[in-house]
Design a protein around this ligand. Structure first.
Ligand code: ADP
Length: 453
């Protein structure tokens, strides 16, 4: 039984609780994204490649055949329904699969730091690289992959198992808490995936793995990793034990300065691949605000809106769990089929709620800010900010506002956003957001709704 969405993060008694929740949230969000994702994220942006050795030819492939994979692996790739490499894979795969360059002092593998938003094919890429580099005849660990949490490690493990389904000689072990292995033995599995603390124990204290025999080291979700206390140091300690000619690969969905600094400590002489996130825009969105004086009035304004226009599917954002559950109760009483996403749910439960909503089983999704950050439900045409987005200090959160209601160019369907304002303070927040995007948010009179239809 899993105890929390992120078993490795336990807010310390005197720690900054909000901060810890924020960190836990990143791992949970990442897991949620994995659970609800069914295919690749589309992007029109170009991949940026920075090669360590600018003189060596730049390879990119348009098909999996060109990679000369082992037949068992090619079969695995096709069995997963992949027809051709994703944008990031086109460049990352040839680089990761390239033979090491031999230099007088030994061999230099192609190291890589890759960044692209979640859903663009990073995991599939490094899994394929690990599977390609192992020698199944050698009964020791050759590839080591670290993930920020137990659950994320399990998800990646599933991909390894799936892609390696026709290559049963290659074995996988999970270095995660609770996986008890008899002391005094060496692990024979060629690939080990786990969380940094347990992996470190397996290498150092329990000596299940000989780090000197590792050929490929993968650090996944670097941004989530460094958000967790202790993981950064543990990862660096693992890296220090590996041989110089071990291939080091690091992946991240975002690349803020702190991730970059960490990446440079983990990956020497890196090649770098970056794929920019598709930019979101408010251009195709009509934005309105409604003035109310309390939450009951907001609710009746909402009912008026529902009475006046046809809303196929809507997402409603609330600031607290309490408001979200109250609102979903009120909407249910009015006869709406409501789905509720709330912080006390496990990530699996949240994924199930979102999946049902996606399939149209419910027409309204009420959620708290934290739960729905980073979720894309493309068919939603109406977004209602029952409470305006603010950060943990209570300041206007422009980025979240944009992400909630903005659309990327490619899926640029028209949308409608309605913001509920109930105080001078929330009016100020609205004005700040409006100024930030230089895009007018029109006042809506809910007794006369002809204009929005
Ligand atoms: P990331 O690690 O960047 O979040 P994943 O590797 O998990 O991305 O891939 C996202 C989704 O796309 C997964 O469902 C995966 O099975 C699928 N996928 C990955 N590569 C391909 C591909 N080349 N063709 C089709 N689907 C792919």
């Amino acid at each position: 039984k899993r105890e929390s969405v992120n078993g490795t993060v336990k807010p310390g008694e005197d720690g900054d609780k909000a901060d810890e929740e924020e960190k836990e949230d990143r791992a949970a969000q990442s897991l949620l994204n994995k659970l609800i994702r069914s295919n690749l994220v589309n992007t029109t942006n170009q991949v940026e490649v920075l090669q360590r050795d600018p003189n060596s030819p730049l390879y990119s492939v348009k098909s999996f055949e060109e990679l000369r994979l082992k037949p068992q692996l090619l079969q695995g790739v096709y069995a997963m329904g992949f027809n051709r490499p994703s944008k990031i894979q086109e460049n990352a795969l040839p680089m990761m699969l390239a033979e090491p360059v031999y230099i007088p002092s030994g061999s230099r593998p192609q190291n890589l730091i890759a960044q692209s938003q979640s859903g663009t094919g990073k995991t599939a890429a490094f899994v394929l690289a690990m599977l390609s580099h192992v020698d199944p005849a050698n009964k020791w660990t050759q590839c080591l992959c670290v993930s920020p949490t137990y659950e994320l490690a399990l998800q990646t493990g599933k991909v390894i198992e799936q892609m390696g389904q026709f290559y049963p000689e290659v074995k996988l072990a999970y270095a995660i808490r609770g996986n008890k292995i008899e002391r005094g033995q060496k692990i024979q599995d060629q690939i080990v995936i786990g969380t940094p603390g347990t992996v470190l124990d397996w290498c150092l204290k329990l000596k299940f793995i000989d780090p000197k025999k590792i050929k490929v080291f993968v650090l996944d979700e670097a941004d989530v990793m460094i958000a967790t206390q202790g993981h950064q140091d543990q990862s660096i300690r693992i890296q220090r034990m590996l041989p110089k000619d071990c291939q080091m690969l690091l992946f991240s969905a975002t690349f803020e300065e702190s991730v970059w600094k960490f990446a440079e400590r983990i990956v020497p002489d890196p090649n770098i691949i970056k794929l920019k996130r598709e930019e979101e825009t408010l251009d195709t969105i009509k934005q309105y605000y409604v003035v109310c004086s309390n939450k009951e009035e907001k609710f009746s304004a909402l009912c008026n809106i529902y009475g006046a226009i046809t809303i196929a599917q809507a997402m409603i954002f609330c600031h607290t769990r309490k408001t979200a559950s109250w609102l979903s109760g009120e909407l249910s009483k009015e006869g709406h089929q409501v789905a509720l996403l709330s912080g006390e749910m496990t990530v699996e439960q949240r994924a199930a709620v979102i999946e049902r909503f996606r399939q149209g089983k419910e027409k309204v999704l009420v959620t708290t800010n934290v739960c729905a950050r980073g979720i894309d439900v493309e068919q939603v045409s109406v977004v209602i900010n029952f409470d305006l987005p603010v950060d943990k200090d209570g300041n206007p959160d422009n980025e979240t506002y944009l992400h909630r209601i903005g659309r990327t160019g490619r899926f640029g369907k028209r949308g409608l956003a309605i913001n509920m304002v109930d105080s001078k303070h929330s009016m100020d927040i609205l004005n700040t957001i409006q100024d930030h995007f230089s895009k007018k948010i029109e006042k809506l009179n809910t007794d006369d709704l002809d204009e929005i239809e």
